[in-house]
Design a protein around this ligand. Structure first.
Ligand code: SF4
Ligand code: SF4
Length: 386
């Protein structure tokens, strides 16, 4: 076996984090299998914009090397799609390492004022419950809240998603109809931020406040009469399932976070366990499905949506390079528009090669991003069932 040598410096990261970084770095055997699966390498063709290149950069700074603007540039260009983790034969936890590397970079390099302002405004705008709740109300799309005395499994909480009700209200509308047709009591939350936007835009303190509030509220609901939390935005579902790792240093919150994560399902995971024959009709539509990275690489939910749609009679077209990110990646399309646009164009080319009537996906970010340049209709797959 390839013996990976590391010489990490203890003053750069605390003991626990250093041990984690050391373990991850030693797992990487530098085979390079991940390079071809990396969207930024495909666009930029530079090894430093590949997983292996970024791992070298992080190892270098953890060993006391210079934290330069070049290092920051290559780490910031990472989409955090985790496609490299899916393909890695050694099980390298690239995302965990990247978070540690980015923390070190942030502590050494001050952001330019313009970037700080852009990130701050973006965080405040996109996570503003006031603005998006108001928009949803103006559009007369405020959620129906249905109360129920029935305990546990037949009562579910449909999680609110910051921008979704305001920008794509049909998604919650369709999800609600489906769950009600399955005789469930559904509570639809007001817009709630899962914390992902703050977490990935240098707003860790704000993110932690939101995350801890969510854990407390959802844990309480699950202790009372709610059986499950259902998410129809894979980006949020992925974040919630990552809560235990984020709060792992706080034992009490960690236990509650683990419980919340274990009771959170993507709508696809939930529907896959149900008899969906009532949704069957004469359907022959040609559909291209784009599986978000947060679905396939983060939550490892693969071929579930495809199976549901095929069982209901839809014809799914083949999509080349379906493992690659579309470029939306949270706020990446705003922070790195050139790369995001190239990835979007390539993704749309692949999605439309089989001449589908519609493109469907499972995350609001991907849907809005693809829709902005697509000649073919793009929407959430649950809308096909209504
Ligand atoms: S991350 Fe995995 S696939 Fe990539 S170089 Fe390291 S061991 Fe190989
Ligand atoms: S997370 Fe995605 S963009 Fe980042 S290195 Fe891995 S494959 Fe490349």
């Amino acid at each position: 076996l390839f013996d990976v040598q590391t010489a990490l410096k203890s003053h750069i990261l605390g003991h626990d984090k250093l041990a984690t970084a050391d373990r991850i770095l030693r797992n990487c055997v530098h085979c390079g299998f991940c390079i071809a699966a990396c969207p930024t390498y495909q666009v930029l063709g530079n090894e430093l914009d590949s997983p292996r290149g970024r791992i070298y950069l992080i190892k270098n700074i953890l060993e006391g090397g210079e934290v330069s603007l070049q290092t920051k540039k290559h780490l910031d260009r990472c989409l955090m799609c985790r496609g490299c983790e899916t393909i890695c034969p050694s099980g390298v936890e690239y995302y965990e390492l990247l978070k540690l590397g980015k923390d070190v970079v942030s502590s050494h390099l001050a952001l330019p004022l313009t970037t700080k302002i852009k990130q701050y405004l973006l965080r405040k705008f996109l996570t503003s419950g006031i603005i998006f709740n108001f928009m949803a109300k103006v559009r007369k799309l405020k959620s129906n809240v249905i109360s129920s005395n029935n305990p546990q499994e037949d009562k579910v909480l449909l999680m609110g998603v910051c921008v979704q009700n305001a920008l794509a209200p049909n998604i919650n509308g369709a999800t609600l109809k489906i769950l009600q047709k399955l005789q469930l009591n559904v509570t639809v939350e007001e817009n709630t931020c899962c914390g992902a936007i703050d977490f990935h835009l240098e707003g860790k303190n704000d993110a932690l406040k939101k995350i801890k509030t969510n854990i407390k509220n959802w844990y309480q609901a699950l202790q009372e009469d709610t059986g499950l939390i259902i998410s129809n935005a894979s980006g949020c579902g992925a974040m919630i399932k990552d809560y235990p790792k984020i709060v792992q240093n706080d034992p009490e919150v960690y236990a509650q976070a683990s419980f919340v994560a274990s009771r959170t399902l993507d709508i696809a995971e939930y529907l896959a366990t149900k008899d969906l024959s009532i949704f069957k009709s004469e359907r022959s539509g040609r559909i291209a499905y784009h599986s978000p990275c947060t679905m396939q690489h983060w939550q490892k939910i693969n071929k579930v949506v495809e199976k549901i749609l095929a069982d209901l009679g839809f014809k799914l077209v083949e999509v080349a390079d379906s493992n690659l990110c579309c470029g939306a990646a949270g706020t990446y399309a705003i922070m790195q528009p050139k790369i995001a646009n190239k990835l979007k164009q390539q993704k749309l080319k692949n999605l439309t090669a089989g001449e589908p009537e519609e493109i469907v996906s499972a995350n609001i970010g991907c849907i809005l991003h693809l829709k902005s340049s697509s000649a073919v209709k793009v929407r959430h797959w649950v809308e096909l069932l209504c």
